[in-house]
Design a binder for this molecule. Structure first.
Ligand SMILES: Cc1ncc(Cc2c([C@H](C)O)sc(CCOP(=O)(O)OP(=O)(O)O)c2C)c(N)n1
Ligand SMILES: [Mg+2]
Length: 559
């Protein structure tokens, strides 16, 4: 049982008119949540009413629960804070499991709040609508994709359960699950206490930092690889300063793409193994001491390299521990380690703040038919003159086109890689940052959640949405070229934009794309859908290299 901050017990006897619902909403806001995404149902209507009437957090509803989960996940990533998804019991919550699984795999602190059966109806002994097997089935399903869970069925313990679950979401940076019985929503409830957060062991962090620096100093070719925890724990500024002080070359992982936008540090670029820039691969794979900070050891981060990284010569700080080749330091939070390293940092290498990695610009204005990488070049040209915009990229070639756009904030599921996040994440960027995003999404992924654009008008959202329409599941065709089921029909998405409340245009040439982007940038009154027609069988340079490397690797493994 975790300790509570002093005075928590005293506070617990005063409710000050708070209810279980408003105590939960206050606790979410106190811990950094900025909005609630949701889709109601009868089990959660009482809680929805409390969200609406209390106005503690703004409420945005979307049209399908996977999108609610993706939007809450994106809001969490963008703000390095809690994202909130409120859904009904059964049909709603279980519809969102995949999005929450993605948040778990990619370390995003989404708070799932599901309405649940009240005590009386639970005792009726009848199967309830939306119930699957037992009344606890949903709780058990979410246990597998979250790091902490609670059913708030006891108002006396509810404040402490809420504190335990929310503070675990923040410290682990992973999703959590709260079920709120619909007959308890308005029950009086004291303020949710602040837990006494686990104190970082500064002595251990300093000892670990000294050992790391000794190893980096002793190495001939040290390198640093930084992953998503840098964003999840809001450490990009501290890490950029540390890397400048050390003078060691830095790369980000595939999932860490978009980190350090606007920061100055010796950043080589994104490590993509043999599918990326050779000099970046050489620096990472050839390092005789690779310091990995906040990196998920996944196939998408490391799976495409001819040379396996020598993990025995690497040091990995992840999930609150630091692993060396033959020993570990448990209980070292990343921020405590970065602070300890910064205390003793000195120049080890001579890698100066590198010029920003190379990105293609100068798309020729002519009638040449478009290819996927032209989209990145056109965006780089736009950003060079108008300033960068945050990007949400879906899975398919749009994920790889996003790699070819210059450094900017990027939300993309680069590891769990579920389709459907692009448009909902773009809508979340509108609410979480107040900035106008660019969404990169393929036609297949747009068929899944693109319709959420129909919610833009009532909330005043105006994303620029680039639908890469190759009438194909093209990324799958890269892996399996000879099947007709990768061919999709032409859905003419641009023609659907106006009925959904936006503007749409179909483009086929480089000149048409440049004109459409310029017009979309000028028109912030509604969402702007640009349907980019692309040939089947053509992919971006990055996806082409990635799939070639995957094929080459599978050939090598078969030999
Ligand atoms: C929810 C979901 N379903 C299926 C997949 C498998 C899958 C891909 C990955 C490998 O798992 S890439 C891809 C095709 C994407 O098509 P589209 O959006 O049109 O993009 P593009 O044509 O650029 O490929 C699928 C179906 C997935 N990642 N996520
Ligand atoms: Mg496609």
């Amino acid at each position: 049982m975790q300790d509570f901050a002093p005075g928590a017990a005293v506070e617990s006897r005063r409710t000050n008119g708070r209810t279980l619902a408003t105590a939960l909403l206050d606790a979410l806001k106190d811990r950094g949540a900025r909005q609630v995404f949701g889709l109601p149902g009868d089990f959660v209507l009482p809680f929805f009413r409390a969200v609406q009437e209390s106005a503690i957090l703004p409420l945005y509803t979307l049209s399908h629960e996977p999108s609610v989960g993706y939007a809450a996940d994106a809001a969490a990533r963008l703000g390095s804070t809690l994202g909130v998804a409120v859904v009904t019991y059964g049909a709603g919550a279980l519809n969102m499991v995949n999005a929450v699984a993605q948040a778990y795999a990619e370390k995003s602190p989404v708070v799932v709040i599901s309405g649940g059966p009240g005590a009386e109806e639970a005792r009726m002994g009848l199967g309830l609508h939306h119930q699957v097997k037992s009344l606890n089935s949903q709780f058990e399903i979410f246990r597998e994709v979250t790091c902490a869970q609670a059913i708030l069925n006891d108002p006396d313990t509810a404040p402490f359960e809420i504190a335990r679950v929310l503070d675990t979401a923040l410290s682990m940076s992973r999703p959590v699950y709260l079920e709120i019985p619909r007959d308890l929503v308005d029950r009086p409830c004291p303020r949710v206490p602040r837990l006494a957060l686990p104190q970082a062991d500064a002595t251990a962090a300093r000892a670990c930092a000294r050992e790391i620096l000794d190893r980096l100093r002793a190495a001939e070719r040290p390198a640093i690889l930084i992953g998503v925890e840098a964003r999840r724990y809001g450490l990009e500024g501290k890490l950029a300063a540390l890397c400048r002080a050390l003078g060691v070359p830095v790369a980000t992982t595939f999932m860490g793409r978009g980190l350090f936008a606007g920061e100055i540090l010796p950043l080589l670029g994104t490590y993509l193994g043999s599918a990326g820039e050779p000099d970046v691969a050489e620096a990472v794979e050839g390092a005789d001491c690779l310091l990995m900070l906040g990196v998920i050891l996944s196939d998408t981060n490391f799976g495409v390299s001819y040379r396996n990284i020598d993990l025995r010569a690497s040091i990995r700080a992840f999930d609150g521990a630091v692993a060396f080749s033959h020993h570990n330091y448990p209980g070292i939070l990343l921020e405590a380690l970065v602070d300890a390293l910064a205390e003793i940092a000195e120049p080890i290498g001579s890698a100066a703040a590198a010029p920003s990695p190379r990105y293609t610009t100068g798309l020729v204005y002519d009638d040449t038919p478009l290819e996927p990488s032209d989209v990145a070049t056109a965006l780089n040209d736009l950003f060079a003159t108008s300033g960068v915009m945050p990007i949400a990229a879906d899975v398919g070639d749009s994920l790889f086109v996003g790699l070819e756009v210059c450094e900017t904030d990027l939300v993309a599921p680069g590891y769990y890689a579920s389709m459907g996040m692009g448009v909902p994440a773009g809508l979340a960027i509108c609410t979480a940052t107040g900035r106008r995003p660019v969404v990169l999404v393929g036609d297949g992924a747009f068929q899944m959640t693109g319709w959420e654009l129909g919610n833009c008008r009532r909330y005043g959202w105006a994303p620029i949405v680039l639908v890469l329409n190759n009438r194909s599941w093209e990324m799958l065709r890269c892996f399996q070229p000879d099947q007709p089921y990768h061919d999709l029909d032409d859905w003419h998405f641009a023609q659907m934009a106006v009925p959904l409340g936006g503007e749409g245009v179909r483009v086929e040439t480089r000149a048409q794309l440049k004109d459409a982007l310029a017009a979309a940038y000028r028109d912030g009154r509604s969402f702007q859908l640009i349907e980019v027609m692309l040939p089947r069988g053509k992919t971006s340079r990055s996806l082409c290299r990635y799939s070639a490397a995957m094929r080459q690797l599978s050939v090598l493994k078969d030999e």
